[in-house]
Design a protein around this ligand. Structure first.
Ligand SMILES: CC(C)(COP(=O)(O)OP(=O)(O)OC[C@H]1O[C@@H](n2cnc3c(N)ncnc32)[C@H](O)[C@@H]1OP(=O)(O)O)[C@@H](O)C(=O)NCCC(=O)NCCS
Length: 274
């Protein structure tokens, strides 16, 4: 059983359903495409605590391009993780659209951000075996997750990629807290870049984000002037750090607990104040 979790109001995650539930739900939803619509941004996460044996059904959902990418990964474990994350994304998108997971066709922007021609908007991030996905009515949506790990050259990365403002905040942080501050900044910068879809074509030092628990953009990228976004801190399982960037006009259905019953024919939501 792989836990699939949904976002809690405090940025944490609560396990809501199993992969089996999601599979049966997406199959059920497929028969009634009009039954699902998405009017807020929903965050999904999956953080398997152990390596899993992939059900063949998951592998069969991937398109040729995805399968080739999975095969190119030298370490078989990385290939399995890639397959799992891409199959889960397809299941989640199927869940929201009513499409067959295997029939989902991705398009890519000029800078490589995957999207669906008819919506909804989505973004995905993985770290180790974990994956976070956000789905909403429209872009911008950017999500990033990292599993904090020891880094030999952490200060070098700060010097190279963080803005002056972020470097000052990092340097002023007590040494024992810098690890968390670093990954907060890192995930927020990535989520910001991913929201706009430009990847690393936008210099990382040209905008600033906060380093503490409250996630925010403190200095916009000049090319994002006029494009307002809001940022949410995410703290999924096992100490992972994450960030979500969405439009300020978008409601975060992440404040809605989503649970899917074991039979796969009911989706319950419970509103939680953010
Ligand atoms: C897209 C990018 C910004 C993020 O990559 P990443 O953090 O390594 O990977 P993530 O797991 O968070 O995201 C990858 C997913 O984002 C999506 N993605 C790909 N291109 C994207 C783009 N231009 N914009 C938004 N999302 C994109 C895809 O779904 C991709 O999944 P896939 O590779 O399995 O198909 C990438 O361009 C990159 O090169 N990152 C470098 C990391 C780095 O040095 N960061 C320093 C931070 S201080």
């Amino acid at each position: 059983m792989i836990p699939i979790s949904a976002l809690r109001a405090d940025g944490g995650f609560q396990t809501q359903c199993s992969l089996d539930d999601l599979l049966s739900t997406s199959l059920q939803v497929r028969s009634n495409p009009d039954s699902m619509s998405i009017d807020g941004v929903v965050v999904w996460g999956c953080f398997p605590s152990e390596e899993i044996v992939l059900p063949p059904l998951l592998e069969s959902m991937l398109d040729r391009h995805e399968r080739r990418r999975a095969e190119r990964l030298i370490n078989p474990r990385d290939g399995r993780r890639f397959t799992l994350s891409h199959a889960l994304l397809r299941l989640v998108l199927a869940h929201h659209t009513g499409l067959d997971p295997a029939a989902i066709i991705y398009r890519r922007t000029q800078h490589g951000k995957p999207y669906l021609a008819g919506g909804p908007a989505f973004n995905m991030s993985h770290s180790g075996a974990g994956v976070l996905m956000a789905v909403g009515p429209a872009d911008p949506i950017g999500i990033d997750v990292e599993r904090p790990r020891p880094m030999a050259d952490r200060d070098g990365v700060v010097d190279r990629f963080f803005s002056e403002q972020e470097q000052r905040a990092y340097d002023a942080t007590p040494v024992e807290d810098r690890h968390v501050a670093f990954f907060n900044i890192w995930t927020r910068k990535e989520a910001y870049l991913k929201a706009f879809g430009h990847g690393l074509r936008w210099p990382l030092e040209a905008f600033s984000v906060s380093h503490g628990q409250a996630a925010m953009v403190t200095q916009h990228h000049p090319l994002a002037a006029g494009k307002r976004v809001i940022m949410h801190h995410l703290s999924p399982a096992d100490g992972h750090r994450g960030a979500l960037v969405i439009s300020p006009d978008a409601t975060l259905a992440g404040g809605t607990l989503i649970s899917i019953d074991g039979k796969g024919n009911t989706i319950q939501t419970e509103d939680v104040p953010i």
